[in-house]
Design a protein around this ligand. Structure first.
Ligand code: PMV
Ligand code: MG
Length: 332
């Protein structure tokens, strides 16, 4: 019996969070190599297990497993449409992105969705591109009524730092309601996903506040505060950061990341918690820049440091402020 192993990582927003909820806007999202693993193998009946829960289920609807089950239903729908026969399997998911029951906030639900799509692709021997995996995963979340931008899925499917341009989710939802799966998937949704290769060296640091924030709940109040100025200024800054990364312009990256951070602070007071303000203040006087990441209200913040000694100093200041270094990726 063949076992197939797949994995998916996490993600964190560098810039463009909240603005990316509006079609046409862009965001920069970084892949985080902290992984979920999936193991899938043929079985006599459907068996689903995730280490998030201490029990196993089949395909009969179950609350905790609904995301996994709905992803399977969408992929199965597509597989059937290809004229292939469905076969029962055992799917086991391990590596919850959390510690002591508190999630890191690096994209566990997006990561689970992409993981299930990848596991089934492997099981049914489908050679799907990152782009197609993104579309299937987005389709699943849109169908579920998810209120996110799908930027997390773009980053997780591509496993890279990406510049993501948001599509019109209402339009795609209308197609989902009116057309068949393969027809919707064949359409041009109007998003763009561009992997970015930074042309300069820096340490990328992730600080964890230890306070879980629920993005879905943060979106509701914050979204109503979004206006045209926020969108336009964020877009200009996101483009500048992307340009700075591609051309190795450190000062442009620093000033533009500070600009998106300032825009987030002005947007809504719930985004920067005291801990996230401390996380940012820790780079004062250093050759580095820091900000909250994603929905804010807890979870993680990020820092880009351009000097290895300063990276150590940031980590030390974070430790004193009760912020844990969750991940560090360095080219310095
Ligand atoms: O908190 P995170 O890392 O899941 O990011 C949320 C980013 C938002 O723009 C606020 C919402 C979204 O789905 O894009
Ligand atoms: Mg979050």
């Amino acid at each position: 019996m063949t076992k197939h192993l797949v994995k998916t990582g996490g993600k964190l927003y560098l810039a463009g969070e909240y603005a990316i909820l509006t079609p046409g806007q862009q965001a920069l999202i970084k892949n985080i190599p902290i992984y979920l693993s999936g193991q899938i193998e043929p079985a006599l009946s459907y068996q689903l297990y995730s280490d998030m829960f201490d029990y196993e289920v089949g395909l009969e609807a179950e609350d905790n497993y609904s995301l996994i089950q709905e992803t399977i239903a969408v992929v199965h729908d597509f597989i059937k449409g290809q004229g292939l026969k469905l076969r029962p399997f055992r799917l086991s998911i391990t590596g919850k992105l959390e510690k002591g029951g508190k999630k890191f906030g690096i994209g566990s639900s997006g990561s689970v969705t992409v993981l299930v799509v990848k596991a089934l692709a492997s099981f049914y021997q489908q050679d799907w591109t990152a782009d197609f995996i993104f579309k299937l995963a987005s389709y699943t979340l849109l169908k579920r009524g998810d209120n996110g931008s799908m930027g997390d899925l773009a980053c997780i499917a591509y496993e890279d730092l990406v510049l993501y341009r948001a599509f019109d989710r209402e339009q795609v939802r209308t197609w989902i309601a009116e057309e068949g799966l393969s027809q919707v998937l064949a359409r041009d949704w109007g998003y763009q996903i561009e992997p970015i290769e930074p042309a300069l060296d820096f340490d990328f640091l992730v600080g964890w506040t230890g306070q879980p924030a629920i993005s879905k709940e943060m979106i509701v109040p914050v979204k109503s505060a979004i206006g045209p100025d926020f969108l336009e200024l964020t877009q200009v800054a996101v483009e500048a950061i992307a340009r700075g990364l591609k051309t190795g312009d450190k000062e442009l990256i620093k000033s533009s990341l500070l600009e998106v951070s300032r825009l987030l602070k002005d947007l809504h007071p719930a985004i920067y918690t005291k801990e996230l303000l401390d996380l940012q203040a820790a780079v004062e006087g250093l050759d580095a820049v820091a900000k909250s990441s994603g929905s804010g209200g807890g979870d993680c913040g990020i820092a880009l440091s351009f000097n290895p000694v300063h990276s150590q100093e940031i980590i030390e200041r974070w430790r004193k402020a009760g912020i844990e270094l969750l991940f560090r990726q360095g080219s310095l």
